[in-house]
Design a protein around this ligand. Structure first.
Ligand code: ATP
Ligand code: MG
Length: 336
């Protein structure tokens, strides 16, 4: 059985970008395919510590799992939830893959460049996390890894490392699908990138300090509404989808489509020729507020105990699968 795998860092609360770009697509895929795929949802606690952690890690972990359920994830026999650091094979394989990856390719990762921008010192974890991410994927021979568009480069890295390792040491790893096929599987043309509300040239990120740049899933609907109303737009007075010249307006159109589960083209046509940005903002603000209301009321219903029981089961499964794959890699290197 093939595997679909994803994870969301828990260094802080999640944003609407994480929800629309990663959480919701994963939940949809999981619910569609849990009969014929393994659905691995892991909490990348080790990835989370590459930056400062807001709040308490353990609380964040449980919150993040609740977010999947509040987004509609249905648990079942083939759905496995686990914490990365509870499966030590991730770190072990990361080291092995570090010896396959080159400084050149790791340095080319845009996430590394963006995260290090303007900082006088950057931890090695920020540089190396794409290799750990490759280990996360390859240990489970995952075919599909629904992530936002910003992570596609890391998926390509995972493919390259697997291919290089296999070439040198024998067929050990299954390559994840090409990013084009990943996007197709997720039902998008090119992956999703929700923009920063204040600087729409950049993507919305939970680690951006500016509060008005991002909508948090824990924001009150009223607060979220205000943030949408103050989003940066442009002076063209023309509602048009053009991410290059009008990224702010295009971002709002995209959010409107995704929050209402409408094809982007339909939303673009509805607003074509309109010029009042305030009207569009009102509409998007109310879509986002409605989404948060229902999301937050579902969230409040989920029990911690049930999640801990699921984690225990999931971690047993994950260790079995991961250790078997790690052993293959160790044998290929004559470490065993
Ligand atoms: P950080 O600033 O801490 O890196 P982040 O918002 O980029 O936070 P990640 O934990 O790095 O969040 O990514 C979690 C998932 O959310 C990934 O699949 C990533 O591709 C997706 N994602 C992150 N930001 C966006 C965005 N703006 N639009 C769509 N998907 C996103
Ligand atoms: Mg990120």
């Amino acid at each position: 059985m093939k595997t679909i795998l994803t994870g969301l860092r828990v260094n802080s609360e999640l944003t609407l970008g994480n929800y629309l770009g990663a959480l919701l697509p994963m939940v949809r895929l999981a619910n569609q395919h849990s009969q014929d795929y393994n659905i691995n949802i892991f909490v990348p606690d080790l990835h989370s510590i590459i930056s400062d952690v807001d709040g308490d890690m353990q609380t964040n972990i449980i919150k993040s799992l609740k977010y999947y359920l509040a987004s509609g994830l249905e648990l079942g026999e083939n759905v496995h939830i686990y914490r990365q650091s509870y499966v030590p094979a991730h770190s072990e394989l990361c080291w092995i893959l570090n010896c396959t990856a080159t400084m050149g390719e790791a340095s080319r990762m845009t996430q590394y460049k963006e995260k290090g921008e303007g900082k006088s010192s950057v931890n090695v974890g920020i540089f190396d996390y794409p290799v750990l991410m490759a280990a996360d994927i390859l240990l489970y021979s995952a075919t599909y890894v629904p992530v936002g568009e910003d992570q596609f480069q890391h998926l390509e890295l995972a493919r390259n490392l697997a291919e290089r390792f296999n070439h040198k040491h024998g067929e050990v790893f299954t390559l994840p699908a090409k990013t084009r096929d990943q996007a197709k599987f997720m039902g998008t043309d090119e992956g999703i990138r929700i923009r920063d509300l204040q600087n729409p040239e950049k993507k919305m990120s939970k680690s951006t300090p500016a509060e008005n740049s991002k909508i948090m899933l824990s924001d009150t609907p009223e607060k979220a509404r205000k943030k949408i109303m103050s989003a940066t737009t442009d002076s063209f007075a023309n509602i048009k989808y053009d991410m290059i010249n009008q990224p702010g307006i295009s971002n709002l159109l995209q959010i409107e489509a995704l929050t209402n589960d409408l094809p982007l083209q339909d939303v673009i046509s509805t607003w074509a020729g309109e010029s009042k940005y305030g009207d569009l903002k009102q509409k998007v603000a109310s879509s986002v507020a409605t989404l948060l209301e229902s999301f937050q009321s579902r969230y409040a219903e989920i029990s911690d105990d049930m999640l801990y029981a699921e984690l225990k089961k999931g971690e047993k499964y994950a260790n079995e699968v991961a250790n078997a794959k790690l052993y293959e890699a160790q044998k290929a290197l004559h470490l065993r």
